[in-house]
Ligand binder design. Structure first.
Ligand SMILES: NC(=O)c1ccc[n+]([C@@H]2O[C@H](COP(=O)([O-])OP(=O)(O)OC[C@H]3O[C@@H](n4cnc5c(N)ncnc54)[C@H](OP(=O)(O)O)[C@@H]3O)[C@@H](O)[C@H]2O)c1
Length: 281
């Protein structure tokens, strides 16, 4: 489990939903994959108003019907241009309607835009007081932005930073993650299977990954995911619309990599030695 600053415990594993809901002909299959996850111990779903212009939230809303709302956590994101006094409430209401629920566990600012952060924080806090969101956080914030948020009134209410992080893209380990660790803000790692970002070359058909996968009798993708699941204060949100892949991803939580295997992965895919720009998908 990962502890948020407000004391809430979040699972280290959740599911992403970007591109799920894009195609009507895949709706039933994707819905069943999400439902399979909820029936097999997954308690965290990530989505956003941006994904498929709301179609991902609609799919999630359809999939969660019949499940006890208190038994899982729902995260969605507001687009930066909607994160204002004038527009955020309307965005949230539309998200809640698509999701067929009356609250979000976490509402994230998708990335930093033009609306002053203080204004966004004030609306987040109002929505929290009204019970429409339990907590709020940020996404795609680099170190200086996280630090500057912290200096704003109620900036310490931020609970999480969702950023790109996978074995082939470890730039956050240089400065951002150590800083976040020092102030107790967890990472929610997006693209944890390496399906995004600029720094992911070489993950496919790599000898080290293949050897470790063979030893554990798992797939290479499961090893890639397992690397992120082994990181402290980090939650992974892999996405799949494929039932067999969902089974593999859920099972990846049980893979125990030895410190020697983690060292080999570290050597094969080292974190950069100097700060690099935050990788973004
Ligand atoms: N905050 C942000 O700006 C931001 C940006 C990007 C993503 N996200 C969030 O993070 C989530 C995860 O990121 P992502 O979807 O970009 O990338 P990802 O989870 O790293 O990779 C998803 C891809 O991996 C494939 N895959 C999944 N499990 C697999 C398995 N066991 N074996 C083989 N292939 C597998 C999927 O295809 P199949 O469907 O065929 O399995 C899909 O093509 C998103 O869905 C979204 O919720 C947030």
């Amino acid at each position: 489990m990962v502890k948020l600053p407000n004391g809430e415990e979040y699972p280290k594993f959740g599911i992403g939903t970007w591109h799920l809901g894009d195609r009507q002909e895949n709706h039933q299959q994707e819905k069943e994959v999400i439902q399979y996850a909820l029936q097999h111990g997954v308690t965290l779903i990530d989505t956003a108003e941006m994904y498929g212009n709301g179609n991902s939230e609609k799919l999630v809303g359809d999939a969660i019907q019949g499940f006890d709302r208190e038994s899982f956590k729902l995260v969605s994101k507001v687009l930066p241009q909607n994160a204002s006094k004038q527009r955020m409430r309307q965005s949230l209401n539309a998200s809640l309607e698509r999701l067929q629920t009356n609250y979000l566990d976490l509402y994230l600012l998708h990335w930093l835009g033009q609306v002053p952060l203080q204004e966004t924080i004030e609306v987040f806090e109002e929505l929290k007081a009204e019970g429409k969101i339990k907590a709020w956080g940020i996404s795609n914030f680099d170190l200086e932005e996280v630090a500057s948020l912290r200096n704003k009134a109620d900036g310490d209410q931020n609970q999480i930073n969702q950023v790109l992080y996978h074995l082939g893209s470890r730039g956050i380990e240089v400065a951002l993650k150590p800083y976040m660790d020092s102030i107790g803000i967890p990472v929610m790692a997006y693209c944890p299977m390496g399906q995004g970002g600029n720094l992911n070359s070489g993950l496919q058909h790599n000898d080290t990954i293949q050897a470790i996968a063979k030893k554990h009798q798992v797939s290479e993708m499961q090893v890639i995911l397992s690397f992120i699941l082994h990181q402290q204060n980090t939650i992974a949100i892999p996405r799949t619309g494929n039932l067999e892949h969902m089974k593999e991803n859920i099972a990846a939580q049980d893979i125990k990599l030895t410190s020697e295997e983690l060292d080999r992965l570290d050597q094969a895919f080292p974190a950069p030695t100097k700060r690099v720009p935050l990788d973004i998908e």
